[in-house]
Design a protein around this ligand. Structure first.
Ligand code: LRH
Ligand code: MN
Ligand code: MN
Length: 429
């Protein structure tokens, strides 16, 4: 197939036009920050190293349960999905990984797939199992649950699928498995809660038994949807308990959209990191439920507060491993690549603002119970326009000063449509 890529020279070339004005705003901001005891170089370094995995299912326009409007030039093969992530990474230098969903993305030729990823400088992050849909030619149906099912043979099929996913991931160099279950019930009385939880725990332990020593297992929770009365792994507490039952390689995964309205997600993050159990993170934003819309488009201040806890945990909790970051968003109407560029920018922005917080001053204000000053310290950081820092980070790593502008001016989508055809469709959600 045709490999789509944007080489660094094109990007450098396009950057020229905005270089001078960037330099001006960067100098102005870094002077001000240095005066406030910020180590700007350290922040730039942290921003350049922060890499977020792109899930294979975010590269096509997502659907709602009422329909899906494909976006022209969507990737229809795994190779094309990797090419898309390559484009994102070339422009932003922050999307250096892809997260595959099995069976949507089973590789045919492993060596070729690995080489393609290497050529784009991207690695394979967590592999995701899927027992929320019945697969083609599946012997048993997950209609009434997978790992939690009353029927042993159905649980066994679901466990085996997860083991198959681990083996696929091993061949690609992945180091973690993410398990998200749709299991639950739609009506009171449909399920025995205790049996469903016990079965889930036993099944997860069987999967954990097949996990290589240097792998992690992430257990994702979600309160509702697709089941609307009960979900077996409904909240962080249930996930945490199951992870503890499985063992030290099992962790909780926080997806921003998987909380009931007004939950204090930053506090959940702090609790899990203190206990060394925050393994992975799915970024998205929402107004109502698990809306999976562009990161930072609705609640950017909450995202900042969450990053404040993440930064604190990364600095103070050696018991917690470095979390696996992933975007879990995909929308119905935007160009998926433009949407992901916006999400990556919002993530970096929240991270940069959290890095500006003067932790020593905040501690001092907390000790004095100076509530007003505590709030001022957080909000001073939040109100700073950090975009020149993001641009500087991209400049030093060979990315685009303005990824979205360059994406449009290079007519990337138009080229993808020419290469792949108007009706090319992504497999997945
Ligand atoms: C479930 C979820 C989970 C799935 C993805 C497609 O809502 O967040 O991570 O794997 O969506
Ligand atoms: Mn998720
Ligand atoms: Mn979700």
């Amino acid at each position: 197939g045709i490999i789509m890529r944007i080489d660094k020279d094109r990007i450098q070339d396009k950057n020229q036009k905005d270089l001078k004005s960037h330099q001006e705003s960067f100098d102005f901001l870094s002077n001000r920050l240095e005066k406030n005891n910020c180590n700007v170089n350290d922040i730039i370094d942290k921003l350049s190293k922060f890499q977020v995995a792109i899930p294979s299912w975010a590269l096509g326009a997502g659907g709602t349960r009422f329909g899906r409007f494909s976006f022209q030039g969507e990737p229809s093969t795994l190779e094309q999905k990797i090419d898309d992530v390559g484009i994102l990474h070339a422009l932003t230098q922050t999307a250096g990984a892809i997260s595959l969903h099995i069976p949507w993305d089973v590789p045919q030729d492993y060596e070729a797939i690995k080489q393609l990823a290497v050529s784009h400088n991207i690695i394979f992050d967590a592999v995701n199992s899927n027992t929320f849909q019945d697969q083609k030619n599946a012997e048993k149906s997950y209609r009434f649950g997978s790992l939690s099912n009353r029927e042993k043979t159905i649980r066994e099929q679901a466990v085996q699928h997860n083991i198959d996913v681990i083996n696929i991931g091993r061949k690609l160099g992945s180091k973690s498995l993410t398990v998200w279950l749709a299991d639950g019930s739609n009506f009171p009385g449909q399920n025995n809660f205790q049996n469903a939880l016990q079965h889930t725990q036993d099944s997860l332990k069987n999967i954990y038994g097949a996990l290589p020593d240097d792998w992690k297992m992430f257990i994702e929770y979600k309160p509702y949807e697709p089941n609307f009365y009960s979900t077996v792994i409904q909240d962080w507490g249930t996930s945490f308990m199951l992870a503890n039952e499985c063992g030290e390689k099992a962790y909780t995964l926080v997806d921003l959209g998987h909380h009931l309205p007004n939950s204090n997600i930053e506090q959940i993050v702090a609790t899990l990191m203190l206990k060394g159990k925050l393994g992975g993170f799915h970024f998205n934003d929402s107004k109502y439920g698990d809306d999976d819309i562009t990161v930072g488009s609705i609640k950017p201040y909450t995202l900042f507060l969450i990053f404040n806890e993440l930064v604190y945990g990364m600095n103070n909790n050696p018991q917690n491993p470095y979390p696996a970051w992933m975007i879990d968003a995909s929308h119905n109407i935007k160009d998926p690549l433009e949407d992901l560029i916006q999400s990556l920018e919002a993530i970096q922005e929240a991270y940069a603002k959290a890095l500006l917080i003067d932790q020593a001053q905040l501690r001092a204000a907390q000790i004095e119970n100076d509530v007003v000053r505590c709030q001022e310290i957080l909000q001073n950081a939040y109100r700073t326009d950090v975009r020149p820092l993001l641009q500087q980070a991209r400049l030093t790593t060979g990315g685009a000063l303005s990824p979205l502008h360059i994406y449009r001016s290079l007519k990337v989508r138009e080229n993808l449509i020419t290469a792949r055809g108007v009706n090319s469709k992504a497999v997945g959600l």
